[in-house]
Design a protein around this ligand. Structure first.
Ligand SMILES: [Zn+2]
Ligand SMILES: [Zn+2]
Length: 289
């Protein structure tokens, strides 16, 4: 079920918000369905907020400005009226390319009924059918899955802006967070991502060196001819940027740790992916029944 997260990471984030690669129509439809199941606002709205976040990061014009504290950046911003600067400056962000995609337009037009089907009905049905759970257990588990994925995504805006190292640019708030990397299936290297938002892998190293499930998915799609024009940053550009704005010593230690022989983040990512469903089933049964 966690693979539904690809609809946000590979879809709304890396494909629609940042255009880090291009996708064929079947892949865009598939990602739109997964994205709908994640119920984190439709692709147009999510991408609009995210582009504003990148352009005006950690200012009053940032929808989830982390300088206003962990809770505001995590989920508080969704309970407040938007700061006037978010509305004003948000109008300066171009969204024509997203609005022009018929897959995005379809999702936006039928968003509410689609979320009922893909966020709750189908997950509940799958759990009932494949795991033999009764209807109520399955429904509670689908709600648990939804809440868990929401908080995982929100941690990018909160934890990954407040806790962690800054090897690429010490002047900005976004940081590298291994915990967020695991929970978001590949979006935790946030200092790198804010410096190079056009990199399709959202990470300096490849997923074979440090498992990044979202990048692995995009590479698989590229092999199948469903994704193309994958953008990657030239290592020389990364090096010169680290020398100019980052921390050279920290970056060396950081990269050595990430490409060491035992990649605990990779192992934990795999375990997390494989165990999330049965663990969730057990939790629901223990807690509610
Ligand atoms: Zn950010
Ligand atoms: Zn981004």
């Amino acid at each position: 079920m966690k693979r539904i997260g690809f609809g946000v990471t590979c879809g709304a984030h890396r494909l629609w918000s940042h255009r880090t690669y291009e996708a064929t129509l079947p892949l865009r439809i598939f990602l739109m369905i997964l994205n709908t199941a994640s119920l984190q606002n439709d692709i147009y709205e999510w991408s609009r907020d995210h582009r504003v976040h990148h352009k005006f990061s950690d200012t009053d014009a940032d929808p989830h400005n982390s300088t206003r504290g962990f809770f505001f950046a995590h989920m508080g911003w969704l309970f407040c009226k938007k700061h006037p600067h978010v509305l004003d400056k948000g109008k300066t962000v171009a969204l024509d390319d997203i609005a022009a995609d018929p897959v995005v337009a379809f999702q936006r037009q039928f968003y509410k009924p689609l979320t009922m089907i893909f966020t709750f009905y189908i997950p509940t049905y799958i759990i009932c059918y494949y795991f033999g759970e009764d209807y109520y257990s399955a429904f509670y588990l689908s709600c648990f899955r939804y809440c868990f994925s929401l908080h995982s995504t929100w941690l990018v805006n909160s934890a990954a802006h407040l806790y962690g190292v800054k090897p690429y640019d010490t002047r900005i708030n976004p940081r590298e967070s291994k915990l967020v990397q695991i929970l978001t299936v590949g979006e935790g290297y946030h200092n790198y991502h804010h410096v190079f938002p056009f990199d399709y892998s959202a990470s300096e190293v490849s997923w074979t060196q440090d498992l990044n499930l979202s990048t692995m998915f995009i590479d698989l799609c590229a092999k199948l001819g469903l994704a193309y024009n994958l953008k990657k940053v030239d290592p020389k550009l990364i090096q010169s940027r680290v020398e100019r704005t980052g921390d050279v010593t920290l970056n060396q230690i950081y990269l050595e740790n990430r490409s060491g022989s035992f990649k605990w983040t990779s192992v934990l990512s795999l375990i997390y992916l494989l165990l999330i469903i049965p663990v969730g089933v057990v939790l629901v049964r223990k807690v509610f029944f």
